[in-house]
Design a binder for this molecule. Structure first.
Ligand code: CTP
Ligand code: MG
Length: 235
């Protein structure tokens, strides 16, 4: 009889934050007294449903050791970053495979998303029971979306079918490795984990989360994240 599958967190944190444009990669910027990345990690460390975590770090960054309260934590393993997010996640899977089995679940969560709610994480975990493909947190789009061509509207997309893809995105380790290798073999740079799995012809499940699970991308997002965290602490 095989043991029950476990759940692991994989946190890609090897980006440089080009769009944010700070001296320091955005995941190390201060957010109410702690680096952004620590909020992304804290949702998983100490969670009884999570066996351990891997953070994927840029090769040149000493910021992790200097600023993160999780540097040296026994449950937080480190992996080296790659050129794009998909390569960083792939490297993280290699390190995770030393601890995890192929049918264990991997929850990939951006280091730049500090406002993940515990309730949303638990909803995602619950959705994985008997799930054959995998699942991701997402939110239905509120705005009408236009496809542009040379600065003019080429078409309007039917909003009712559109969702914003968030993280965590959860897949079994073996499937996610196969999906990322398959995308890479075709020279495709996927911007999230679900896209790689979709390229195998599979259809990940959308789990509705809260809109405050934002990804810090540009400078204004940092103040917004501070506001969301303060509001969550009040609730
Ligand atoms: N990431 C990564 N390795 C890369 C690129 C990105 O681990 N080669 C991580 C980032 O650190 C971030 C997450 O993937 O936690 C989402 O990426 P994104 O928001 O695009 O971050 P950056 O790539 O750092 O930002 P930008 O695209 O503006 O440079
Ligand atoms: Mg990027």
């Amino acid at each position: 009889m095989s043991r029950a599958s476990r759940h692991w967190a994989l946190i890609p944190a090897a980006g440089v934050g080009r769009r944010f444009g700070a001296e320091v990669p955005k995941q190390y910027l201060d957010l109410a007294g702690r680096p952004v990345i620590d909020y992304a990690i804290r949702a998983f460390v100490g969670h009884r449903g999570i066996a351990g975590s891997v953070v994927v770090l840029g090769t040149e960054d000493g910021w992790w050791a200097d600023s993160s309260g999780y540097a040296g934590h026994p449950e937080v393993h480190r992996a080296p970053g790659g050129a794009e997010r998909c390569h960083s996640v792939r490297n993280g899977l290699d390190v995770l495979a030393r601890h995890a089995a192929d049918d264990d679940w991997v929850l990939v969560h951006d280091a730049a998303r500090p406002c993940l709610r515990r309730a949303d994480l638990d909803t995602l975990l619950a959705a994985l029971v008997d799930e054959p493909v995998g699942a991701l947190l997402a939110v239905p789009i509120a705005d009408t979306v236009k496809r542009a061509d040379l600065g003019r509207v080429a078409s309007t997309l039917p909003r009712s079918d559109l969702w914003r893809a968030y993280t965590p995105q959860a897949f079994r380790l073996g499937l996610l490795r196969r999906a990322l290798d398959h995308a890479q073999a075709q020279d495709l740079i996927v911007t999230d984990d679900a896209s790689a799995v979709e390229l195998l012809g599979l259809r990940p499940r959308l789990i509705e989360g809260h809109t405050d699970n934002i990804k810090i991308t540009r400078p204004d997002d940092l103040a917004l994240a501070a506001f969301f965290l303060a509001r969550q602490a009040e609730q």
